[in-house]
Design a protein around this ligand. Structure first.
Ligand code: ZN
Length: 142
């Protein structure tokens, strides 16, 4: 969860508002930023979701604000870490990740019991976002 900047300093993880097309504000996008040279980049884990969101908005979006944490587990977790005043890049955040994965797995068991396909698909997506692994990998190894 840490990254070395090309300038040699360590980058820290932050949430930032990204403005797309000068019209749409996308809040709570997790980025790496360097305090030394001011370089910043979107963290690789959320890139596919962010590009997907932008693609959905299209070339001429209407003015508005979106909460990125509503469509990405990573962003949501970092918002939670911020609310709990956890320092980024610490074991506390790691613990939150573990907690979140367990919560999603518990919900998955419930969704399976209820045979709720749409929910299962959604949970699978969220789990993949945060762990890079599919739910099915988990259910096999659990
Ligand atoms: Zn730098």
């Amino acid at each position: 969860m840490r990254k070395k900047c090309p300038c040699g300093e360590m980058m820290t993880m932050k949430l930032r508002t990204v403005i797309y097309s000068g019209k749409v504000e996308i809040d709570n996008v997790p980025i790496f930023s360097c305090t030394s040279c001011k370089r910043s980049e979107v963290i690789p884990e959320v890139k596919p979701d962010l590009t997907g969101l932008i693609a959905k908005l299209g070339a001429d979006p209407s003015k508005g604000t979106l909460l990125f944490n509503e469509c990405n587990e990573w962003a949501d977790l970092l918002v939670e870490a911020k609310v709990n005043k956890c320092q980024p890049n610490t074991v506390e955040v790691q613990a939150l990740i573990e907690q979140r994965i367990n919560m999603l797995l518990d919900m998955y068991l419930l969704a399976q019991t209820l045979n709720d396909e749409a929910w299962i698909v959604d949970l699978n997506k969220r789990l993949q976002q945060i762990s890079g692994k599919s739910l099915y990998t988990y259910s096999l190894t659990r």
